[in-house]
Design a binder for this molecule. Structure first.
Ligand code: AMP
Ligand code: ZN
Length: 469
C-alpha cells in the first residue's frame, strides 16, 4: 500500500502516517463551543477534518472520530446569567443547530459527540491523578492548577522557547494570552454565577467546574485510550489549548498522548481572521439565504490547501456554485448514458489515481479538485462523441463515485420555495390575461421582470411553464 503523508505540527514536517494498530485511526477533533452557532471559520476547520477522515477511509483504514461539544465555559456561563437560563438551556438549541449546519455542509458525523458536562467524573479522576503525581496543586483561591515547571516537556508542540514562561503565575480564564505560558486551571472553584446557572459540581476540592483544556484530555482518553493516533483542530488551538492537553494527559499517564497533530489554517474575511469578536462572521444561515448548496461551500473550502489561509468572498462562492454545477451535470450524464467510447476507461483510471495521490499527499485538495475537473472536461468530450462501451462507462461511474465519495460535490436539486412558486404562478396568470386583451406591452413587462430575477418563461401547447436560468 502506498504512503499516506501528513504534516505533523509536533515535528513541523510532512511525515508518513498510519494508525498504531494498522487498522483503525483513533482521531480526536476539538469541537465547537456551543454558545453561538458555529461560523464558517469554525466550519472550515470541521470541513478539513471531514476531508481528513474521508481520505483516511479512502486509504483503507477505518476511522473512529471523537468531536467534543464544549458545553461549559466562561462565555456560556456569562450568556446563561444574562438570560436567566441554565447552561443546558443555552447550549441544547445550539447543539441542534450545529448538527443541522453540519448536515448542510455534508460533514460526516463523528462516531462520538461527547458533551463536557457528561464527563465530569472522568475529569475529576484525571485531576486526582495529576495531584498524586505532584504536577497539580490547589491554590488559595480553591481552584486546582497545573504546575508547568513540573512538566519539563511543556512547550514542545508550540515551541515555547519563543515565549515567556511564567512558572507560578496563574491564569484561570478558559482563553488567555498567547504570549505567556502560565499555570492553567484544571478545576475552577465555583462562583456564585456558576451555581446560578447549574455550572458547578461536587469534587474533592469543593464545588467547581472543569477548565476548558481538561475536558478534551479526559474525553479523548476515556473514549479512545491513552494514546491516540491523530489530534486535529484550528491553528489557534496549538497554544495554549493543545499544549495544555498534552501536559495534562502525558503527565498523568507517562505515555504519548497523540502521535500526530494536524492543524488547519484560518478562514479570513478581508484579510482578518473570521471571529465573533472581530464582528466579521458569516454563518451557514447566510449561505442558505443565498440559495447556495452545501456542495458549493465544500468546493470553495477545498480550493485552498488546509495549511494556507483562505479569504471568503462572494465572487469565490459564485465561482464555486458554477463549478459544482458542472460536477452535477457530469454525474447526471454518467447516470443516464447507455455507453461511452472505450477511451473513457483510461481517463477514469487516471483521474481516480490522481485524486487518491493528491489526498494522500498531505490532503492536497486543490490538486484533487484539478484532477476532478480534468476528468469532467475529458469525460464530457468523450460522451459527446457517443460510444457503446458499457464497461468503460462503468469504470467512469466507479471512478466518479470514489472521487465524489471524498469530495462530495454534486449539488442537490435547486430548492424552489413556495413563496416564489406562488408569485411566479400569479405573474403568469397576469401575463395570460394581458395577452388575452392584446396588451403586449404589459405581457412583455412581466416577462422582463421575471427575466431580471433569472426566471425564463416558456410558452407551450400546455400553457406557460418557467425555469431558472
Ligand atoms: P471554538 O468554537 O471557538 O472552540 O472553535 C472551534 C474550532 O474552530 C477550533 O478548532 C478553532 O481552531 C476553529 N476556528 C475558529 N475560528 C476559525 C477561523 N476563522 N478559521 C478556521 N478555523 C477557525
Ligand atoms: Zn480540545
Amino acid at each position: 500500500m502506498s504512503e499516506f503523508l501528513l504534516y505533523n505540527t509536533l515535528s513541523r514536517q510532512v511525515e508518513p502516517f498510519g494508525p498504531a494498530d494498522g487498522v483503525r485511526v483513533r482521531m480526536y477533533t476539538c469541537g465547537p463551543t456551543v454558545y453561538n452557532p458555529a461560523h464558517l471559520g469554525n466550519f472550515r476547520t470541521f470541513l478539513f477534518e471531514d476531508l481528513l477522515r474521508r481520505s483516511l477511509a479512502l486509504r483503507g483504514w477505518s476511522v473512529e472520530q471523537v468531536m467534543n461539544l464544549t458545553d461549559v465555559d466562561d462565555k456560556i456561563i456569562k450568556r446563561a446569567n444574562e438570560r436567566g437560563l441554565t447552561i443546558r438551556e443555552v447550549t441544547d438549541p445550539v447543539v441542534d443547530i450545529f448538527h443541522t449546519h453540519r448536515t448542510y455542509l455534508r460533514i460526516q458525523p463523528a462516531e462520538h459527540y461527547p458533551r463536557a458536562t457528561d464527563y465530569i467524573a472522568q475529569m475529576i479522576t484525571l485531576v486526582e491523578r495529576l495531584i498524586a503525581k505532584g504536577v497539580a496543586y490547589q491554590a488559595e483561591d480553591r481552584s486546582v492548577y497545573f504546575a508547568i515547571d513540573k512538566f519539563p516537556e511543556y512547550g514542545r508542540l508550540s515551541r515555547l522557547d519563543t515565549r515567556e514562561i511564567k512558572a507560578g503565575a496563574r491564569v484561570s480564564q478558559d482563553e488567555y494570552t498567547k504570549d505567556n505560558a502560565q499555570d492553567f486551571a484544571l478545576w475552577k472553584a465555583a462562583k456564585e454565577e456558576d451555581e446560578r446557572v447549574e455550572a458547578a459540581w461536587e469534587s474533592p476540592w469543593g464545588r467547581g467546574r472543569p477548565g476548558w483544556h481538561l475536558e478534551c484530555s479526559a474525553m479523548a482518553m476515556d473514549i479512545l485510550g491513552e494514546t491516540i493516533d491523530l489530534h486535529a483542530g484550528g491553528v489557534d488551538l496549538i497554544f495554549p489549548h493543545h499544549e495544555d492537553e498534552i501536559a495534562q494527559s502525558e503527565a498523568a499517564t507517562g505515555r504519548v498522548f497523540a502521535r500526530c497533530w494536524c492543524h488547519g489554517e484560518f478562514l479570513l474575511v478581508d484579510s482578518a481572521k473570521m471571529a465573533k469578536r472581530v464582528g466579521n462572521v458569516w454563518g451557514v444561515a447566510e449561505l442558505q439565504e443565498e440559495g447556495l448548496d452545501g456542495a458549493a461551500a465544500r468546493h470553495f473550502m477545498f480550493g485552498t490547501h488546509y495549511r494556507q489561509q483562505l479569504n471568503l468572498s462572494s465572487d469565490a462562492l459564485e465561482a464555486s456554485r458554477k463549478a459544482v454545477r458542472r460536477v452535477g451535470d457530469l454525474a447526471a450524464r454518467l447516470a443516464t448514458a447507455k455507453g461511452a467510447p472505450s477511451a473513457l476507461s483510461a481517463v477514469a483510471v487516471e483521474a481516480e489515481a490522481d485524486v487518491r495521490a493528491a489526498l494522500a499527499n498531505d490532503l492536497n485538495a486543490p490538486q484533487a479538485l484539478s484532477a476532478l475537473f480534468i476528468f469532467v472536461n475529458r469525460a464530457n468530450a468523450l460522451l459527446d462523441q457517443g460510444g457503446d462501451d458499457v464497461a468503460a462507462l462503468e469504470r467512469a461511474r466507479s471512478a466518479f463515485a470514489v472521487i465524489d465519495g471524498v469530495l462530495d460535490l454534486v449539488p442537490g436539486p435547486i430548492a424552489v420555495d413556495d413563496a416564489l412558486a406562488t408569485r411566479v404562478a400569479g405573474l403568469i396568470e397576469d401575463r395570460k390575461a394581458a395577452r388575452a386583451r392584446r396588451d403586449f406591452g404589459e405581457s412583455d413587462r412581466i416577462r422582463a421582470e421575471l427575466a431580471a430575477e433569472g426566471i425564463v418563461l416558456e410558452d407551450g401547447p400546455e400553457g406557460t411553464t418557467w425555469k431558472r436560468t
